[in-house]
Ligand binder design. Structure first.
Ligand SMILES: [Zn+2]
Length: 365
């Protein structure tokens, strides 16, 4: 009997050990600027597709991304999101079923949105895309103060405002825009062992936006940096979806979303094949703002546009239960992301200003 009990206790503790959740040791935060929840959850939208001036090759778009079933359509547009994250992670923000994620800053444009994501506060003072160095303590400042995160923070963005948004002068995080470190904390990657140099790519490819370069370079640079230096918190800010939407180029907007989805798949494949990251890394994908819905012209724009406050969040990683697309009615906020990231890494985010609470549903509380 005695032996049996001992065996029983051993078995119990073994099973308790097995049930212990795998933990997130690294986080990769990805943003897709101004990508609407409408396409995210519903695929290409008929009411935009039928407007000739927004669509160059409707047949091609339809053959690539459209299906009578919006659930299949969205998976054609973003296969990694819907075939992998929706099965192994969690997705929030399908407004049509009452699962809402909104920003709280009220401005519905980029700088205030990224400030809200990273600082956890939709600060009303941060009111312009030309805003100088962001005064708010953010998740980078917070993690920079933690043991084990020294030289393990990294940001790269297509838009040249990210050094000001992250405030790299204050926290010395290497923030790369146009593939160059902006302030003193950075390590400038030169591709000494590779035939292609990122800087020369940037110089020789014309930018379609004077303030933002090309997401493809941003991604390739991010992957190179992450592979070399293994940051524990990385931020990758993509931009082209916003540019193409403003231009009214629905083809390019959708093609960009599809391409960025393939980059995230590629990044995830890399992460899961790398011993320092495998099964220890959580990816969070979201956007800074949405865009308009009604009337139809307003799909292109945001700012003072009704509906542009609705965003979406996708997350996948160790210990995050595979709830898939969360269908429950709920209201989450952009200002909860910074504290959620901290909580995933085992910390309580404590800035010297207001910050939204961690998202319980992601943390399974
Ligand atoms: Zn914009």
């Amino acid at each position: 009997m005695k032996h049996f009990s001992v065996l029983f206790i051993v078995l119990l503790s073994f099973s308790a050990l097995c049930q212990q959740k795998a933990k997130t040791e690294n986080v990769i935060l990805v943003t897709i600027d101004g990508y609407r929840w409408q396409e995210f959850f519903g695929g290409p939208q008929k009411k935009v597709l039928r407007v000739k001036k927004y669509v160059h090759d409707a047949d091609k778009l339809k053959s690539r991304f459209e299906d009578t079933d919006p659930v299949k359509s969205r998976a054609k547009l973003m296969p990694f999101m819907w075939d992998v994250i929706a099965k192994n992670g969690q997705i929030y923000g399908n407004k049509t079923i009452g699962n809402k994620v909104t920003l709280t800053n009220g401005y519905k444009f980029s700088f205030p949105g990224y400030n809200e994501i990273l600082s956890g506060w939709g600060d009303h003072r941060v009111n312009s895309n030309d805003y100088p160095d962001d005064p708010n303590y953010n998740i980078f400042d917070f993690l920079a103060s933690k043991k084990g995160f020294e030289n393990k923070l990294f940001a790269v963005g297509t838009w040249d405002a990210f050094p000001r948004i992250i405030n790299d002068k204050r926290n010395h995080v290497p923030v790369y825009v146009n593939m160059k470190a902006d302030a003193n904390g950075g390590i400038h990657i030169k591709n000494v062992n590779r035939p292609i140099d990122f800087d020369s790519w940037q110089t020789h490819i014309p930018a379609h936006n004077p303030y933002a370069k090309t997401d493809t370079f941003t991604y390739q640079f991010a992957k190179e940096y992450i592979a070399r230096y293994h940051p524990r918190f990385s931020f990758i800010g993509f931009d082209e979806t916003d540019d193409y939407a403003h231009e009214g180029n629905y083809d390019a907007y959708l093609n960009t979303a599809n391409t960025l989805d393939s980059y995230m798949q590629d990044l995830w494949n890399f992460v899961q094949g790398d011993p320092q990251y495998k099964d220890k890394t959580t990816i969070i994908i979201t956007c800074d703002h949405g865009r308009g819905d009604v009337p139809i012209l307003e799909w292109r724009h945001h700012g003072h546009v009704y509906g542009a406050e609705y965003i979406w969040v996708a997350v996948m990683g160790p210990g995050i239960s595979p709830k898939g697309e969360v269908m429950k009615k709920m209201l989450l906020h952009q200002n909860q992301l910074a504290s959620t990231i901290a909580a995933l890494l085992g910390y309580e985010y404590k800035p010297d200003h207001f910050a939204g609470k961690p998202i319980d549903s992601i943390l399974d509380k």
